[in-house]
Design a protein around this ligand. Structure first.
Ligand code: A2H
Length: 979
């Protein structure tokens, strides 16, 4: 709640709005609630910025001038932070998207009067200001929201606060919330974890864990030895190169160690006796992970260029070659790992190719060839490539040098997949085990032996609001133990039962469940409820809104307004809402003796549908899945969740800074509520990005006007007894046709609503069915309809007559309209002939009286009956053989027909070709080779092909199965490859 709704919010909301309308028309009691999420950093951060800006520019910001921008010394808001944005509520107005620098400017841009802006320096003011705007904007759209149930989050609403306390206490008691050291993105400067909202870069990035391999120096390269001699504090110390790897199980095959020649390496004191060589960046991370003696302190003894380290000999833990040389590698990044890379040429294409390059040009790389003399050592075997997977793939992809970075990336992917999913260890203690099993065990063994340690770093660059590069720290934290196997199992079960409307949404949920692992649920800055058992902390912003939908079911009974400043209809005070009471209401607890009153959650729960942007699947929605699974009995698990893509405006991304943006309010002002609604309904239903097209909105205005005008005219005619309208019984043929066509549109509209595919057509036919109703339509129009009938909100879905849709009647109607056309055509041709004065029609004058005779045959001609019978027999035969649904049949029959006309039935229907296909191809091969520029061309029979595929161990034959099976007489299967 740090801005007003933009049209994208309106789009997501419209999905529920239309559905709620539809369900109510079906006569169901349908609850559509909306609430205001205020938890977290954005409001507080924006309020704090205003405080700073008021100090600079005065209370009304009148001291601001554009020239001052350069020298004001205030960190640039645009660069520094996305103030008013909560990623989870994407699209709200923030510095980045508005292109504006100061918070006060953003406030002006969203229509806050200058003299009122100072009030927003108090974060609580935001909570008073924006919810009523939201209510107005949605009401203007005609949304049928039950506002009595709305609430704001945070402890500002004492009722909601008790609800959050209950759920967290319950999760804590069930051991779903744990306390302990875990990796956290951390800002050393701020001295606290740096969550998504606190970042100016790197939102949504988390920690990546590696294994740090400790490789003790045996002797230094000449260049380094000389430099180090002069440093007394290094004397008598053991020095280790530390490499970060994701593949500890491959360490048996280490043949070298790589450093980047242009990278600077620091020497960092670990304790009194040990020193690590790695980048400063890595050392900063280690300092917060308990690797160094004193937490948070980096003690750098000296720094040396990577180039100078080349030629140093180090110990290679677990490796077949126990001591290896340090060599240079071009692709070592200073921004990843420790800057030290173990060289495992058997399983890393980068490592193998670099080794080849170094061997090829030792002088160029200034190395002694003997340093690069170890050949790749087999570590694991893969089904496709055998024991030396990386060299095989490097050959396969024709990689020539370490500069072929694109192919190397592809090779890395192939080798990793092959090795991890299909590999079997061929050396070491876990020989014979799969790589998947061996990986964690080898790692554990190395750590036990003191040869390695766990090392983590941010998976990409993360910059805090204070402008500092964040690190990964091991910090004591309260966290929700998402991913814990038994909880995960429940979450999987819930997802399996839940409707997601699209495969993509389900797939994204599955991905999130597989990925989501522990979530810090407490923090110290921002707005929110307090963690009940450790009140110094606030509940993190995503963790207080996982089951809030259940609060709606009784919110109006508990609180008298959305802020919860007064008791609701039951006169209950927040103090009375103890955990026991909540457990009784929403959980499984008994009726507590001092309970204020009986309330029943069961009326509107479980929720039938939740609608959201697809980007909320990895957090909000997956958390909802986990928390429902943990807190509710199965019968209260969400029935469905649907997600939509982003809403574009006129085919382009919405962005305030480019001017291509529209708030919900602006849209309603520009096009009116009805046209906005119809255009939203037409914007898209899938998970891909939707589009609000202003052309459609304008066209809708026209259509609606025409409709209303027509209705008004008809109403006037109805009211006028003198009008020519037929009255009395509705029993003519035309009445029946009209009625049945309306029924059919009704059916189509219903089917579309039921399929959750609220296409414009559906809404439109919904309106045609009964213009005074309309799930998707009607709000401004409702004024007109209200004048004639009751509010559209009372309309029920029109019923279909007892006979259902009588297709024959509709067909007769269509036939009649068709006949009109036939007659007109006849008349036109008569006229033409008459003009030419030809034949019997000479003299026909369409201006004179005209007579008509229509001749109707009672039977089809016999030849047609006979043909239809034959076709019917064929169809029955296909049905009997189970072939009728085979999609290949019709194209085949079509083709057959063509061949019959080309070659005659006797040739075409013969199930052998009129020529030898093989001979023809063999004779024609030289021609084919020449024309197509082939280096080879062969012909095989299908049986030969099958045999070759069966006996192939690899190579092109392995992938020939598809074409072999696809071949048919006259339609050879074709395989092409690069030999
Ligand atoms: B891996 P990710 Cl056998 N610059 O270890 C470039 N590459 C670096 C690096 C840096 N600063 N720091 C680490 N790496 C390499 C072994 C291995 C690795 C094998 C196979 C694949 C493989 C032996 N080299 O990595 O971008 C390290 O090499 C491919 C996944 O965080 C580390 O693991 O995924 C890997 O990149 C980490 O890369």
């Amino acid at each position: 709640m740090n801005g007003s709704l933009h049209l994208g919010h309106g789009f997501t909301i419209s999905k529920i709005e239309f559905n709620a309308g539809y369900q109510r028309m079906l006569g169901k009691r349908t609850l559509f609630p909306v609430a205001f999420h205020c938890t977290g950093m954005p409001i507080k951060a924006a309020a704090d910025k205003l405080v700073r800006e008021m100090e600079l520019f005065g209370p009304d910001f009148l001291g601001y001038s554009e020239d001052a921008d350069e020298e004001d010394g205030v960190p640039n808001a645009t660069k520094e932070v996305s103030t008013a944005v909560d990623k989870a509520k994407k699209g709200k107005l923030n510095a980045k998207s508005t292109g504006l620098k100061y918070q006060f400017q953003i406030m002006l841009s969203i229509g806050v009067p200058r003299e009122e802006i100072k009030k927003f320096a108090d974060s609580l003011h935001w909570l008073d200001y924006f919810p009523p705007i939201t209510i107005t904007d949605l009401t203007d759209l005609g949304a049928r929201v039950d506002w009595r149930r709305s609430f704001i989050t945070t402890d500002v609403n004492p009722y909601f606060d008790t609800f959050v306390r209950w759920q967290l206490n319950k999760l804590h008691a069930a051991d779903k919330i744990k306390f302990g050291e875990r990796y956290t993105i951390y800002s050393p400067k701020d001295g606290q974890p740096c969550m998504d909202h606190d970042r100016s870069a790197g939102e949504a990035l988390g920690p990546q864990e590696y294994t740090g391999i400790r490789m003790e120096v045996v002797h230094w390269s000449a260049a380094t030895a000389k430099t180090l001699d002069s440093i007394p504090s290094l004397r008598g110390k053991k020095v280790f190169f530390v490499a970060a790897t994701l593949r500890p199980e491959t360490m048996y095959g280490q043949t070298n160690c790589f450093v980047g020649s242009a990278i600077k390496y620091g020497f960092f004191a670990v304790n009194d006796s040990e020193v690590y060589v790695c980048t400063l960046r890595a050392a900063r991370n280690m300092a917060f992970q308990g690797v160094f003696q004193s937490k948070g302190q980096v003690n750098q003894i000296t720094e040396i260029d990577g180039l100078k380290l080349v030629g140093t000999k180090i110990k290679a833990p677990f490796a077949i070659h126990p001591e290896v040389y340090v060599l240079p590698m071009e692709n070592v990044l200073a921004t990843k790992g420790t800057g030290v890379v173990t060289c495992v040429p058997s399983d890393s294409p980068d490592d193998y190719q670099t080794l080849l390059d170094l061997r090829k040009k030792p002088e160029f790389y200034k190395i002694d060839p003997s340093w690069a003399s170890f050949d790749p050592v087999p570590v694991l075997s893969t089904p496709t490539y055998g024991e030396l997977t990386a060299p095989a793939v490097v050959v396969q992809l024709k990689i020539q040098s370490q500069k072929d970075t694109k192919q190397l990336a592809e090779a890395k992917e192939i080798v990793y997949k092959e090795g991890f999913y299909g590999g079997t260890m061929v050396v070491g203690e876990f020989k014979g085990s799969s790589v998947q099993e061996a990986k964690p065990q080898v790692r554990a063994r190395m750590i036990e032996a003191g040869l390695a340690f766990a090392y983590a770093e941010p998976e990409g660059l993360i910059i805090s609001r204070s402008g500092e590069e964040c690190v990964v720290a091991l910090a004591d934290q309260w966290y929700l133990d998402y991913g814990e196997p038994s909880w995960r199992e429940q979450a999987d079960e819930l997802l399996a039962k839940m409707e997601t409307y699209s495969y993509e949404t389900r797939h994204a949920f599955e991905g999130s469940l597989a990925w989501l692992h522990q979530w810090a649920c407490a923090r110290s800055f921002g707005l929110g409820s307090r963690l009940p058992w450790d009140k110094q902390f606030l509940v993190e912003s995503l963790s207080d809104s996982t089951i809030y939908m259940s609060y709606y079911t009784i919110a109006h009974l508990l609180q008298g307004n959305w802020k919860g400043t007064q008791p609701g209809t039951l006169g209950i005070t927040p103090e009375q809402l103890t955990d026991e009471v909540w457990e009784h209401i929403l959980g499984t607890g008994p009726f507590p003796p001092l309970s204020p009153s009986h309330v029943n959650k069961r009326y509107f729960y479980p929720l039938d549908i939740r609608s959201s942007g697809k980007d909320l699947i990895p957090n909000h929605l997956t958390f909802a899945v986990y928390n429902h699974a943990a807190l509710f009995e199965e019968e209260y698990w969400p029935v469905s969740m649907r997600t939509n893509g982003h809403l574009m405006l006129n085919g382009k991304k919405m962005s305030k800074s480019t001017g291509n943006s529209l708030t919900l309010k602006e849209s309603v002002e520009k096009f009116g509520a009805d046209a906005t609604r119809l255009t939203l309904a037409d914007a898209g239903d899938g998970i891909e990005d939707a589009n609000f097209d202003e052309k459609n909105a304008n066209a809708s205005i026209l259509r609606l006007h025409t409709l209303i005008e027509w209705c008004q005219e008809m109403k006037a005619e109805i009211d006028n007894p003198q009008s020519g309208l037929r009255r009395g019984k509705k029993d003519s043929f035309h009445d029946a046709v009209f009625q049945n066509e309306i029924y059919r549109l009704n059916q189509l509209a219903k089917a579309a609503y039921e399929a959750d595919v609220r296409h414009w057509d559906a809404c439109w036919s919904g309106r045609v069915v009964d213009t005074n109703s309309g799930a998707a339509g009607a709000s401004d129009c409702s004024a007109f309809f209200r004048a004639c009938v009751r509010s559209v909100q009372w309309a029920l879905w029109p019923e279909i007559g007892a006979n259902g849709v009588e297709e024959a009647v509709i067909e007769a109607g269509a036939y009649l309209r068709g006949t009109v056309k036939m007659i007109r055509d006849t008349e036109i041709s008569l006229q033409k002939k008459a003009l030419k004065g030809k034949g019997a029609s000479a003299g026909f004058d369409s201006k004179k009286d005209k007579a008509l005779r229509v001749f109707v045959a009672t039977r089809f001609p016999e030849w047609q009956d006979a043909s239809v019978q034959v076709v019917k027999d064929i169809r029955d035969a296909l049905v009997a053989k189970g072939l009728i649904k085979d999609k290949r049949i019709m194209p085949f029959v079509h083709n057959l027909k063509k061949r019959i006309s080309q070659f005659g039935a006797s040739v075409a229907l013969k199930r052998t070709l009129p020529f030898s296909e093989r001979e023809t191809l063999e004779v024609g091969m030289p021609y084919l080779r020449r024309t197509l520029g082939l280096v080879s061309g062969e012909v095989f029979t299908q049986d030969e092909g099958r045999a070759r595929v069966a006996e192939s161990a690899g190579g092109p034959w392995k992938s020939a199965g598809g074409p072999v099976e696809a071949s048919e007489p006259g339609q050879p299967g074709i395989q092409m490859w690069n030999p």
